[in-house]
Design a protein around this ligand. Structure first.
Ligand code: DQA
Length: 144
């Protein structure tokens, strides 16, 4: 069975408590459970991990292929907007990589309008809350 790696970046462990007006009451556990359920329906395996550090995220992306993954989904959190390190890690992996955001980053503060990840990602899904992840998983399952 094809394996898809889901990386949740910094502060996403705080979902459900954090800026509820923006991100809602959905917790990271809710998202992970929904992904597991959807993965079963799609016939893929999903592994979810939350990493707050830029370096840890780069290492996880760099090792993904040798760890047996066929695609990556990543919500890089605030790193989206400035981390050249995460961008380079995504550019360096040969695996299809989907950029996921709960909120519509283009409808928020101007500093969120730029993603340094998007030009090297396979595609981006932004603005559908929990469904951003489920839509991403459906797209990733088609790619693998
Ligand atoms: C986010 C959007 C980012 O701008 C923000 O820093 C986050 C979450 C989202 O999922 O909407 O941490 O990636």
């Amino acid at each position: 069975m094809k394996k898809i790696l889901v990386i949740h970046g910094p502060n996403l462990d705080q979902l459900g408590k954090r800026e509820i007006d923006v991100y809602g009451k959905t917790t990271l556990d809710d998202i992970n459970r929904a992904l597991e359920k959807k993965a079963k329906e799609l016939g893929v395996e999903v592994k979810t991990v939350q990493l707050s550090g830029e370096g840890e995220i780069c290492k996880e992306i760099g090792a993904a292929k040798e760890n047996g993954f066929s695609a990556i989904m990543i919500n890089p959190g605030a790193y989206t907007h400035y981390s050249i390190a995460v961008r380079d890690a995504v550019a360096g992996t040969s695996l299809p990589t989907l950029e996921i955001h709960l909120s519509n980053i283009y409808a928020r503060e101007e500093f969120r309008h730029k993603s340094v990840i998007a030009p090297v990602a396979t595609g981006q899904i932004s603005g559908f809350g929990l469904d951003s992840y489920l839509l991403g998983l459906a797209a990733a399952a088609k790619l693998v």
